[in-house]
Structures are given as structure tokens and as C-alpha cells.
Design a protein around this ligand. Sequence first.
Ligand code: FES
Length: 630
Amino acid sequence: MTKYYFEKTSKITVEFISHKKKTRVPAGMSIFDSANWIGLPIESTCGALGTCGKCKIRVLEGQSGINEFDVKFFTEKELKEGWRLSCKAIISQDMVCEIPQLLGIPKASIMGFGRHVILNPNVHKVYLDLKPPTMEDQCSDHNRIHDALIENGFDVQLPLDVLKLLPSILRQSKWKITAVVVGQELVKIETGDTSNRCYGIAFDIGTTSVVGTLMDLNTGSSVAISSTLNDQAVFGADVITRISYTMTHKNGIGELQKKIIKTLNTLIKELLNKSNISNHEIYEIVITANATMVHLLLGLDPEAIGVTPFIPVLTDSYKLHADELNLKVLPHAHIYFLPHLGAYVGADIVGGLLASGIVQEDALRLLVDVGTNGEIILGSKNGAVATAAPAGPAFEGAQIKDGMRASEGAIESVRIFEDKIELQVIGDVPPVGLCGSGLLDVVAQLRMIGFLETSGKFVKSNNINTKSSTLFQQRMCTDNDGVQSFVLAWPNETGNNKQIVLTQRDIRELQFAKSAIAGGIEILMKKLNVNTNELKNIYLAGSFGNYINPVSAIVVGLVPPIPIDCIKSIGNSSGEGAKIALTSFRERQKVNKYENIVDYLELSGSTEFSDTFMKLLDFPELNKLNLDMN
Ligand code: FES
């Protein structure tokens, strides 16, 4: 990183040396949650309440204070050696930790955002030590297995291709076999006792990137994680462009389907290589994605999603076999798609709901997945409303003069003092441009030091306080058309070779984006007849949401002003939802009831939305936000 400053929301590196993994997290997160984000299996049976003592880790470098929970579980010597309860160890600086090996197989796992999930996958492995046939016992091979499975509580049919292999497997294995049952279907017979090897994959298919997590279904832990760009990106950056492609090209749907299947097979190969697991040991795959991505993977026509009244072919959960999509796992493996709530509140946000537990608790919470299409859900177990707000591509760095995606060289965080400016850049490289979180930060910081009016316009130099006037003179510039810009980096100032600026137009783009999301939130709050004071938490989800500085989000008016500590980044909540649905059939069933709990509100064409959008374009008055800036 080029320069660094520490405040509540700076990103901190945590390295888990025992598992050769690193992650970057916001300060204030627990070590337990940070490990969970990257799929490391820290054991717990108390739901991270600090009472079971299972989540022990050792801090090797960096500080984590000793709290009242630690003193109950560790001796003085152990505390000195760095042992802590990871669920109560708060991260405030870079650290290196060690997670001891799991001692036993947990029956529950912490997933999503602190959800305590009971493991009961849809995949069952049943070891059968069958009696060999005799002249007195001439039961058929089929009936021998079928009867044994019924004794074990599984009344399933044996498909023809399993039957074909049966005689040789039974005799080679000396009648000791493991039946693999997924749902109500027997999908495979394996030789000997393989019940300790049981795997599935959770995929989160985003419009831009795809993440796969190979899960051990016996323990609920992640075995391997891989991600890559969605191969469909060559057909357009957003869902509307891809839908248009299918409408204007004869075999467009087929082309896009092939691309995403290729992406998934690439990830499957990578995951298997990382984990020494065979493709025929993957018995189930759970997929979360937006409605358009699901349609394109299934080869369904997405055209009606793109035009009013926005009707998808499919919104319910859906199941098929891997060979029907040519996915390179066990051919009879089940592929399960989570349901959608609407054309633009898809299975990805349903996954987020599952991971955050919003509709399973009493407290009123708001979940916002900030992106080109900002998905928003507000509610509790007593009822919820969801919508999608057309934020546009500003948060992705598009339409911004020096904007870029959040990749190496992107300024992801900005802090402006009265006499200097500090940039946090992704990777150990000079800054190249500004990504969404950096854009949000710089605008918020300029508001806070008085360089921007509530309307979003740069103030005149004579309205700048004397302490900041030097910075104003140094950093404000005006082009030939009289348009003002704020210079974040002059050429060569921090090793960069080009000037990086924030223009008046960039600020307007940000205002459009934030106003769309803030407008969606306001309409949902009206619909539930609730106010900001009743909001217990705001969860920011998605790859961008993960890096938003909550203070900046409040200052620009992206989210309602609630105490900063109540705003949480919950990471890739969609992918976490897929993992939960894969490892817990009970949780998966809850998702199918969401459509009875969550009302979907379409904003397109709504005059209430356009009025609210216009009203919220200005930035909030700072003195009404009650912010603690320290
Ligand atoms: S998870 Fe139980 S004590 Fe930390």
C-alpha cells in the first residue's frame, strides 16, 4: 500500500499462517469472522457468544487485547503466548494468527454473518455391509440394496446407469458399499466405506465475477475457494447489454450459456486441483446468481426480464442434474438454484438474506448490495420489502473521469486533512485511478472539509476557511471550459505518471448513484412505516459494499444516519448464502418461504421513486447527521 491511515474503517491484513491464507478486513471485525469470510474452519458450538471455548486461536504477530472471555478459558501463560477466543478477538491492526487443527467434526458451523447453521446437507452417504447372496437367499442385487436403504430410512429408486454397474461393484467390494443419496435419489454406489468423503460446491455467479467454494459436507468447512471473471463479460458489462445481445443475435442465448458453463468448469477444475478430490465426488452444487445470470446458464430466454413489466421465465427454486448442463462433476449430481424474489432482486440477494438472517430475527435491519443495480431489503421476521434501485455504473468506476474497477492501482480510500491528502491504494503500486469506495470517500471528505456545497457544487475560493485555503489553491484546477476539478494526485506526486482528478461531473454521477439507492431505501421505509431510529443495523453486501467506509456512506447520504458501529460490511453474502443452502437442507427450505415474507416493489416507472430520487440528489446537511468524526 502506498500510504496508510488508521481509522475504524481502514482495511487491515490478517494472515492465517497455519492455512497459508490472508484476508483484508475492516477494523473492528473479529478474527473469527475474518476467518469465516475466507472459508477457514474455526470450530464453534455457541454461535460466537464466547461461551463454548472452541474457537481458540493464537495471535503470533500484532496485538489483540485480553478480554473477560479470554481469562475464563486460558491460563496466564497461554494468554502471554497469544492464545485468544477468536470470536471475541477484535482486529485493530495487521496480524498473523495460527488456527489449531479441528479436533472433532462439528455438527454446526458459523456461516454467513454469524449464523449458527446446523449441518444437515441434502447429500447422505450410507455405508452398507450387505450379506452376500446364497442358495437360500436369492434376493436380487437391486432388492438387496433397496431393502438395506429402507432400513436406513431412505426409500429411493436406483437409476438404470447405477443398476448397470451394480453387479461388478457389489462383487468387487465384497458387498461393502456406500450409497450416495441426494434428496430422494440414489446418485452413485461407491466401493467400501467412503462416508468420510462428502463434497459439494457453492457457486455465486455475478455478472462480473464468479466465486466457487468447495465444501466438505461432513464438517461444513470450506476445502477450497476459487474465483474468476465471468467469461460472458465479452458480451457486455451488465445484464441489460447481455440481454440485448441475446435479442440481436440468432444463437445469442446459446453463446452466453456456453461461456458461463466454461467459467464454471474452469472453477470446478481449479477447486478439485487444489483439494485432491475427484470430480465424481461432487454430489451437489448450489447456485446463487441474479435472475439474468440464472436464465443464461439454463439457456432460458431472458428478453422479458429486460422490458416492462419485467417477467422472468423462472423465479422459483429449480433443480436439475449436472450432465444436463455439461458440468464436469458426477453426472447425476444435483444442481440446485435458489429462488428469486423478482426480476431484479434475484437469488443472489436471497442468498444474502439467508446469510444475514434478516428475515429470521425480530430486529429491523436493512441489507444493501451496492452495485450497478442496488438491491435493497428492509425488514425482520415480521415482514420485509425488497427492491432494486438503478444506481448506474458510477460505483464500478464507470462514467467517472479517472474511475476504474477495484483492482491493483485503484485508490480505494481517501482521507483529506486541512493541509494534506492521504490515499490508500490497492496493491503495492502507485495510484492509477479511483474505484467506487475511493470515489465515495473523496466526495465525503470534500464535504467534510467544506469544499463542496450540499448541491454538490465546488464552493468558491472565498468561502473556504483559512486553514484549508492552501490545500484549495494547491488542488483545485479549472479546465478551458471553466469546469472545476479536485486533484487527488499530480503527475509523479506518488509515483503515478498521470494526473488523477475528481471532476464536477464525477460528483454529479455519484449523486445520481447514491440518490437512486437512498431513494429505494426511503420508499421501503415508507412502505413498512418505519423510521431511521428503529433501524438496528445496516448490512452492506457485495464486493463493493465490503469496502465502503460507513462514515462516507452517511455523509453523502447513501444510507440513513445510524450509529457507525451499527453499519456492518457482510462480505460476499450471496456466496455465503449458497454455502448455507448447500450444507443445510433445513436452511434451504426456509428460503422457499421468503416469497411469503418479502414483498417485492418494482421502482421502474414509479413517480414516487422519481420524485424521491430528485429530492435526495443533494447531500445531507452535516449538522443533521450527528456524526462522531473521531
Ligand atoms: S465460538 Fe464459542 S467461544 Fe468463541
